[in-house]
Design a protein around this ligand. Structure first.
Ligand code: GLC
Length: 442
């Protein structure tokens, strides 16, 4: 069994750390301008102009079953959908606002269709819910708000009441957690109470747990769905640490106690979360696989984002990227599901990442930089029962304590070193995986 002990979490994270790989979906009105999901803030777009998107929102090609199938094919085991992003637009039929999808030409509750379709494919269901809201009339104007540069911004903002907004959030979270059956993840986003207090007009300060009344919000979520996995972005520690848009090099630890925590990296295929037509920094197939492998090798999960087009489908670039995962996971998923960081007794050879099955019986060497022929691994003699490539189940020969044999002469190596003999030509797969079946008594 894995010897790593994670800090205890209030929700049920057992399934979560087993499943390892999920799909993030950013969908909203911002999919129409297709210039980033922060567009309303970046371009300080007026309500009138933004209403054009609302009035014409009609993702006619949307089919939740296709989204769900694409996620499943890619090897993803759960999904997290933006039920409301910072723009404030709700993809569900909320009783507490008119600013919702059922009032657009589309007219359907997209969250409901998402839940039904993903559940039918056996995926776990997550809701992203934005704490920030650039539409709500009680949400005060701050440094991120689209109205921040209006000459009368202070006048507009001064009578707004964040308490009413906090109550609105509780009402909506109640709707989301009572109207759609069992919800597995609640992903709040995000707090910024750190935002420079000195530089700002005091009334433009950042927002955090006091503004959201996070304690009440989280208590409510726990009461309605006790096992739900909740992230830390409401500024109260819950289940999940969520490093964003970067790859960590080590298992994340608790800031105070140093304990290992449950964590999930979230990343995009290209720079933006929402559909961005003209953004061209799409990651290469190798980068996509490297991210997944690296994350699990550090004991984490990967939440990989798709931004559907405003017509409601995944564009070719997104499908191609998902396909990279499908192809790879078809043969290599055994090195991901139910796997975690390898035990400290194993040292990753240069150019590799290690994962290990939770039950400890199998070690996976992910060859991210392919060597010529020999792959040397220290402290391994006597531990291996059998080794094979995972993608085709072909045996990998290895020697213990010597490099190779010429006639009856052995070229010596440190007695503890195992040398794996790889084919000269790298097999035509990204990051080939060597599956090492370990001896029971080693
Ligand atoms: C950020 C952004 C947001 C995105 C999120 C995903 O906090 O504000 O647009 O949804 O990250 O992690």
């Amino acid at each position: 069994m894995s010897s790593y002990v994670r800090r205890k979490t209030p929700g049920d994270t057992e399934w979560f750390v087993h499943d390892r790989f999920g799909m993030f979906i950013h969908f909203g009105l911002y999919s129409m301008p297709a210039r980033h999901e922060w567009i309303k803030s970046y371009e300080m777009i007026s309500e009138e102009k933004y209403d054009t998107y609302f009035n014409h929102f009609n993702p006619d090609l949307f089919d939740a079953r296709e989204w769900a199938k694409a996620a499943k094919r890619a090897g993803m085991k759960y999904a997290v959908l933006t039920t409301k992003h910072h723009e404030g637009f709700c993809l569900f039929d909320s009783a507490f606002t008119d600013y919702k999808i059922t009032n657009t030409p589309f007219g359907r509750d997209l969250v409901r269709e998402y839940v039904d379709a993903f559940r039918a494919e056996g995926l776990k269901i997550g809701f992203y819910y934005s704490l920030i809201d650039w539409h709500h009339p009680e949400f005060t104007i701050d440094r991120f708000h689209p109205r921040r540069k209006d000459a009368d911004a202070y006048e507009q903002s001064k009578n707004r009441d964040m308490k009413k907004y906090a109550e609105y959030m509780r009402n909506q979270v109640r709707e989301l957690l009572t109207g759609y059956g069992k919800i597995d993840i609640l992903w709040f986003d995000y707090s910024y109470s750190w935002l420079s207090k000195e530089l700002d007009e005091p009334w433009m300060r950042g927002k955090g747990k006091e503004d959201w009344e996070s304690e009440k919000l989280i208590a409510l979520a726990r009461e309605l769905q006790p096992e739900i996995v909740i992230d830390n972005r409401a500024e109260i520690e819950q289940d999940l640490w969520t490093p964003e848009q970067h790859q960590v090099l080590e298992w994340q630890r608790h800031e105070k106690t140093g304990e290992l925590v449950t964590w999930e990296a979230c990343q995009t295929f290209s720079g933006s979360w929402g559909y961005h037509r003209d953004e061209h920094t799409w990651k290469s197939p190798k980068q996509l696989i490297d991210m997944l492998v690296n994350t699990v090798s550090c004991g984490g999960n990967l939440l990989m984002n798709v931004g559907p087009t405003s017509r409601g489908h995944f564009d070719k670039r997104a499908l191609d990227a998902l396909n990279v995962y499908s192809e790879w996971m078809k043969y290599n998923s055994r090195s991901i599901y139910g796997c975690t960081m390898a035990e400290p007794e194993f040292t990753a050879p240069r150019g590799t990442r290690l994962t290990q099955s939770e039950d400890g019986t199998r070690l996976y060497i992910h060859v991210v930089e392919y060597p010529y022929v020999y792959l040397e691994m220290p402290d391994m003699t006597g531990k291996i029962e059998y080794a094979q490539f995972l993608h085709d189940g072909s045996e990998i020969l290895f020697t213990e304590g010597y490099l190779a044999q010429v006639g009856d002469v052995k070229v010596p190596r440190n007695p503890d070193t195992v040398v794996f003999m790889l084919p000269e030509i790298k097999p035509d797969v990204i990051d080939p995986v060597i599956e090492v079946i370990l001896k029971e008594n080693r």
